[in-house]
Design a protein around this ligand. Structure first.
Ligand code: NAG
Ligand code: NAG
Length: 248
């Protein structure tokens, strides 16, 4: 199974219990996470861990041949550090994401199996995403929903991330500019990034292993819990020479 787990630095952010939560639907509309003018810290309205990274994989044997796969979308702190390896809210950890989602929302489950799977058992990847990353989103806590039903937070996280993934179809964007998987041609990394920028309006970090593309990463600030505004790339490129974008 290919799970490229991120390495964690310190910095667990627990949310201050002293701050009363406003339910998400009463939040002002227009203040981005990580803005200087967020003063009244309402952590249901403004994402505390306000840089969101969308991480897509290009891995042989995983997902459709003409799509990147969703790997590990996760929130970072506003100074671009990872939240802690233990997640931020022990009370919401689970040991069975797969059975919960397949019970609560079959459409979502089916979609996740297509676009968000690893090449074997999906549970370890989905558990990692929920228990380490998702429960670090301040805006996605149960008290931030106006009429919370059990696991609505989990369905919201996976469903919002999947919708974001679908909005940024890197395969289609690159194909429009004649960059398609090819086992015998190498692509200039700058061209690769430029075409993504030209087509999708976002700065991408591109990541390779042995000069072969494995990952595209793009970053956002957030408005509330489910609106994403592109920002500059928030991680380094590791594809430094002409890269291989192989057939899957
Ligand atoms: C189930 O998931 C789908 C796909 O993410 C979403 O469009 C739909 O709103 C969800 N349904 C419920 C009841 O949450
Ligand atoms: C709250 O959720 C329950 C259960 O899903 C539903 O029956 C009820 O109508 C909802 N209430 C409001 C005000 O939306």
């Amino acid at each position: 199974m290919k799970l490229l787990l991120t390495t964690f630095t310190a910095c667990t952010l627990l949310f201050s219990p002293a701050i009363a939560a406003l339910s998400g639907d009463k939040c002002p509309e227009d203040t981005l996470s990580c803005s200087a003018n967020i003063k009244e810290a309402d952590t249901c309205c403004y994402e505390v861990n306000g840089i969101f990274a969308l991480v897509d994989f290009w891995i042989k044997g995983v997902g459709p041949e003409d799509k990147f796969s969703l790997n590990e979308p996760y929130p970072h702190t506003c100074d671009n550090t990872l939240t802690g390896a233990d997640g931020c809210d022990p009370s919401r950890k689970v040991d069975n994401v797969e059975s919960i989602i397949s019970t609560v929302n079959k459409t979502l489950y089916k979609d996740m199996r297509t676009h968000w799977s690893s090449d074997g058992d999906n549970e370890p990847l989905w558990l990692h995403i929920w228990n380490v990353h998702a429960i670090c989103m301040s805006t996605n806590r149960p008290e931030c929903f106006s009429n919370f039903s059990r696991y609505q937070d989990m369905v919201a996280y996976f469903s919002n991330a999947l919708a974001l993934y679908k909005r940024y179809n890197f395969y289609a964007a690159l194909a429009k500019h004649d960059i398609v998987p090819d086992n015998s041609k190498a692509v200039d990394p700058a061209k690769f990034k430029n075409e993504i920028k030209a087509e999708l309006g976002i700065d991408a970090a591109i990541r390779c292993l042995h000069n072969e593309l494995v990952e595209i990463r793009v970053c956002f600030n957030m408005l509330g819990r489910d609106r994403y505004v592109p920002i500059d790339a928030c991680s380094d490129d590791t594809c430094l020479a002409p890269l291989s974008y192989p057939l899957k």
